[in-house]
Design a protein around this ligand. Sequence first.
Ligand code: URA
Length: 242
Amino acid sequence: MRINKYIAHAGVASRRKAEELIKQGLVTLNGQTVTELATTVKSGDVVEIDGQPIYNEEKVYYLLNKPRGVISSVSDDKGRKTVIDLLPQVKERIYPVGRLDWDTSGLLILTNDGDFTDKMIHPRNEIDKVYVARVEGIADKNNLRPLTRGVRIDGKVTKPARYHIIKTDRQKNRSVVELTIHEGRNHQVKKMFEAVGLKVDKLSRTRFGTLDLSGLHPGESRRLNKKEVSQLYNAAVNQTSR
Ligand code: URA
């Protein structure tokens, strides 16, 4: 197995991140620094990253209903609460699949499966990520339509998105809009609404591919079963082979 795939399988980093670690000279195979990205790993070989041996552990997948006020990382140098603090004791080294902002709530998957993570976050695979945003202002077809073609954020045009206006409140001058996207750029939904003149004041992710948050209150989590994981895989694979 190629070394970047082996590292991703071990859940330490995605394949692309593994390649970066190799380029940085941080990866050794049986004590020798790896310089070739095409290096392969055989059974019995010892791979270390920054001096730490890595092991291929059982793949696990968790679904969390993330509350606001929690960060989507494994640890925080400022001691803030992380999504890992909300899960029961998990012996595998899991990490979030993509990120939700500190003040965004909703659906987050955590896993130690790097290949799965790559598939879920690559925009080519067109996995639906559905958000519900409360925005300041009145949303209508005219101001939202550009989102369906793509808007420029941080110098790059977003992929076409779908929207559905859930409600508008003229008295309070605000609206609730559902937005479906396939990418996961930094603060993407907030920036997309900003690009059409609407400021997000509350954001939640309600669906990720075939998964929703049924039965999970904020702060609660559960393990995904095999069927749910393969449905997510299939959703990604089907899109790839179109
Ligand atoms: N888009 C955002 O702006 N924030 C999130 O947390 C997720 C998507």
